[in-house]
Design a protein around this ligand. Structure first.
Ligand code: APR
Ligand code: ZN
Ligand code: ZN
Length: 337
């Protein structure tokens, strides 16, 4: 571990979730900067801060994020820091046997310590369990934010969520928190639909059995939903989301497609239905605004983060956790250090 440089922070990692993106890194699907230090959904304690760091101090309990806003790019300057186009990471390199490591998403928290840019650490109430709090740093934030920030779900809205993994269930939870009165969960796995009900879905649709577009229309007086959230990253489910929204409704894509995927939509439907087709980057979150608020809701019992923690594991169990993730057995396995 290098000492933290100016604007950098050394973190004593307490817990880190296992996310699909870690697996994508390992498979070379993100880039070729091997060797990687995986892990990026983490919470821990600030151990040491570098020169000029003012937002956190040693001993603070923090959640790490992978979009430390710069405050200075064209988006930040226009008052839209959640879209920041020039986010920061630590520049000093962590090494293993003298070889520099590439930290996944600029974090690298499958380790006892990690080095991040100060803006990647957000102080939250230390009463929160690290295993649950860390998940706010990636997948859970992506889903909550897809509903609450990007989709701007509000009181009385109807919502459909396609894909009920960690991200989709967080979108369901976010829709419930925002006051949606109808929340329709769509998945092809009965186990996931059961979980969706526990998170607050008012209706479930097994799209391996029925046409989800017809079923959603039947549940909404033939109209479709106000907000349709795609949390898988597939053309087929994106099209289902597109056709299951009401006039002037919103489609939110939070699932990450691969570069080869294409969608084909009648342009007249894109125009004629009005509304908007949006993508949600990291739930369009602003960590300094959203993380402390979400942890407060969690501590008040209004946001169930514990339900996302399917199991806690040791560092050496990450490979097995990847396998469980691929078999669809868990929402999140969380490494506890
Ligand atoms: N129709 C409906 N549901 C599907 C389909 C389909 N064709 N294919 C897969 N699913 C369901 C799976 O059964 C699973 O419950 O989608 C869910 C996906 O969940 P996970 O694999 O656990 O993924 P998650 O971690 O929630 O991430 C979802 O969001 O941020 C992105 O990169 C992430 O693209 C990924 C997506
Ligand atoms: Zn910026
Ligand atoms: Zn992630």
């Amino acid at each position: 571990m290098p000492d933290p440089g100016p604007g950098e922070v050394l973190i004593d990692v307490q817990a880190c979730g296992v996310c699909h993106t870690d697996l994508h890194y390992r498979e070379g699907a993100i880039n070729d900067d091997f060797p990687f230090l995986l892990g990026h959904e983490a919470a821990g304690l600030v151990e040491e801060v570098g020169e000029g760091v003012t937002n956190v101090a040693p001993g603070d309990f923090v959640i790490l994020n992978w979009r430390a806003v710069c405050g200075d790019c064209r988006s930040c300057r226009r008052g839209r820091p959640w879209y920041c186009f020039a986010t920061h990471n630590a520049t000093r390199k962590m090494t293993l046997d003298g070889q520099a490591l590439s930290p996944a998403l600029g974090i690298g928290a499958f380790a006892e310590k990690t080095l991040v840019a100060a803006g990647q650490a957000t102080r939250v109430d230390p009463a929160a369990r690290p295993e649950a709090a860390g998940l706010v740093g990636c997948g859970v934030m992506a889903g909550l934010g897809a509903a609450m920030n990007t989709g701007a779900v509000g009181r009385g809205d109807s919502v459909a969520v396609f894909g009920c993994g960690g991200v989709g269930n967080a979108a369901i939870e976010g829709s419930r928190l925002a006051g949606a009165h109808t929340i329709i969960a769509v998945d092809i796995d009965a186990r996931k639909l059961e979980m969706a009900t526990e998170f607050g879905a008012t209706h479930t649709i097994d799209s391996s059995q029925v046409d989800p577009v017809k079923a959603i229309r039947a549940l909404t007086d033939g109209n479709g939903v106000d907000v349709a959230i795609e949390a898988i990253g597939l053309p087929v489910t994106y099209e289902q989301a597109f056709y299951s929204r009401d006039l002037a409704g919103t489609v939110v894509l939070v699932g990450v497609p691969n570069p080869a995927m294409k969608i084909e939509l009648p342009m007249i439907e894109v125009f004629g239905r009005g509304g908007s087709l949006k993508s949600s980057w990291y739930g369009d979150c602003l960590p300094s605004r959203d993380f402390p608020m979400l942890i407060d809701l969690y501590l008040q019992g209004r946001l169930d983060l514990d339900r996302f923690v399917s199991e806690t594991i040791a560092l050496e169990d990450v490979e097995e956790a990847f396998a469980k993730m691929e078999r669809g057995e868990v929402l999140r396995s969380v490494v506890v250090l």
